[in-house]
Write a new protein. Sequence first.
Lengths: 553, 285
Amino acid sequence: MAGLTFSSETRGQFSAVARVRWQLFLNSMRTIRGRMEIVARVFTFLAFGMGGIVGSIAIGFTAWYFVYSGRADWLPVLLWPVFLFWQFVPVMASAFTENVDSSNLLRFPLTFPCYFLIRIAYGSLDPPTLMSSLWLLGMSIGIACASPLLFVPAAAVLLLFAIFNILLARMLFTWMERWLAQRRAREILGVLFLFMVIGFQFIAPLLRHFGNRSQPAVSRVALQALPIERLTPPGLAGEIIAHSLRGEYPLALGWFALLGAYTLAVLWLLNLRLRAQYRGENLSEALARTAAPMAKQQIRPGWTIPGVSGAVSAVLEKEIHYLSRSGPTLFTLVMPVVVLLIFRFSPGKTDGAGGLLGHAFDLAFPVGAAYTLLILTNLVYNSFGADAAGIQFYFVSPLRFREILLGKNLTHSLLLVIEMVLVWAAASLLYRPPPWDIVLATLTGVFFALVVNLTAGNLLSVYTPKKVDLAALGRQRASQVTALVSLGIQAAVLGLCALAILLARAYHHLWLAAIIFAALAAIAIVIYFLVLKRLDSIVLQRREAMITELCRA
Amino acid sequence: MSTSATIAAPAISTEHLTRRFGDLVAVQDVNLRVAPGQFFGFLGPNGAGKSTTIKMLTGLLAPSSGRMQILGIELTQDSVAVKRQIGVVPEGMALFGRLTGSEYLNFVGRMYGLDRVTAAKRTAELLDFMQLVDQPKALVTDYSHGMQKKLALAAAVIHGPKILFLDEPFEGVDAIASNTLKSMLQNMISRGATIFLTSHVLEIVERLCSHVAIIHRGQLVAQGSLEELRAGVEAQAAAALTAAGAPHEIDAPAPAPGAKLTLEQIFLRIVGGTRRTDQELSWLG
């Protein structure tokens, strides 16, 4: 980052970018939809803010207790969750994370350090960063309350830890964006993921093997792992504070230097990516191929889907092409299996073999299914987002929007079916095959939820569309209003499902839940077709707003 | 609508077509009439209402008031029937960036009701004609601007429309591609299609179009064949000369003695003159 001098030109550029963002914010309030977006954003930030404040109090109190009772060595127990949350949540929920496109800044005479700082500044204003920062603030206050003299070193360490995390999160994001942009890299990642899933199959027997050993043997393994943990960033941050508390300043400084070195290494890796972007890197798949002059092409005829019209088949084919070329979306679709893996191998309250689900192995399939519905939200509730200027074609073509949306709904349903099969396979492999009544109740429940989501999704796709970029990580997020409404709908659907399951359990027959879900699905289907029938007139009313939003540069 | 009525009807006609955006009247009382088989140029300065008009005629924008008929069919009454007969290259080109060129054309063909085999066959022919076969795997988003324009035009004609609406089809297109497009459009006209285009390149309009309309500040200020427009402007100039008794100062370039007025000169005389810039922006290098 050498060469960053705050000349008047640089200062002017920073203030111009800040001013233009502010002006864009003000201009967005000119429309009703823009005002609704801001209200929804305020709600989201309030929710995350509450999480940040409550978590900050809890972490602060625990940190106070650790330091006060002379157990500063235990601080990594707090730092690890913060670290994991900071790094994994933005990547795991990449579909819900906003990644600002700053490529249009490149035409201005910005120096690289200036560009770098702008990217970091705007890329870091996401809820996980804000929440994690609040937690670290709470922690430093807790430490300061327990030992006022420790405030300065603790604040310095936690600040460096925060900087490390901000840079690491951006670095992971930019490198993943790079890997997911090209098919070959996606295939390699896919194979690695497959190996990882297979590899996890061997972890369970290993865990059982160690779990059966006597307690001292397990402790010995933990003790052997401790020196390695101390060299990790959360371990290092905890160590520095503990050494400072004991007055071992040279050691603390040494560890501080090591944490600083980690930060510099991450900075260097991030620098590599951003410099490539600054030079105008194009991650297009097509450019990697050599252009081969061809004679008249043999064009493969489009797909035929039995039972639906040619136009609906064409929409389905087009949607599948879009999804198959979207690395970030494919990555998101793998997430339900990853969640089950995490549940399986996270420390549980029992013997460690059940993970977070404890003895409730049978819930693995419903949990995976529920998560699948959640990750499909961005696709289902913003069906035209990726079409961008292509929306104009739908308006000039002789096709009714109900057919177009039917094609898109079929694609999303097909995707859900594939996901369900994957989740069932993962649940069966990681735990055990779920009993038939659970499978039946889950499938009927998911079907009901799907129909409700498609109905609401079709309406919100028309009322609050948002242009998204399927090729770039973190640019698939639907509008804030959509996010908030879809959250409410998911909560209502899950509430209904929970009620049905409770009722079924009360009568000791889980298949009763399946019957209730089937009845609810039947009602939902009627509403779905009623809405579909009215969609063309709604779309005509919303035509200008849709084109304006989706065709914007 | 009977067949004979459809044949007799103008290809495009509007009555008192008006579009307001809040207080702004973008298009006011426009009465257009385009006969079948005409190559019609729709001209106007920036912000005059050209794109708004073409958007209304193609179903991308609802009019505030007035009527529109395409091939004798009321657009607001049966938009699907109209859309089957027309092809459109709108301002934003309406492309799907994450498809390849062949996938896009195939998709468009099937959306217009072509069967799979016909759509595939026409896709191959169009890609070949437009010289877009070089990069079969390239995504549309990676095409150059000119290639995208050619692809958009190919998509607009894949179903063999009777009327073609083109919003700035030659913008950003190189001379070779421009030549390809022009020859294709002229072929369409010779086979009886009607073309309605907006363009800022007046030389191209003059060479291609048989009829022209000029819109200025939302109002239609001239309409007719090139000769009719030329005669009108010359008559106006002569009248002004007679009334003043001296050469009237017209703020637009004059033709060389004995030469006919070019479309650019006609346009400038109708919508207003040129602007002196030699005293302005003196800081420019």
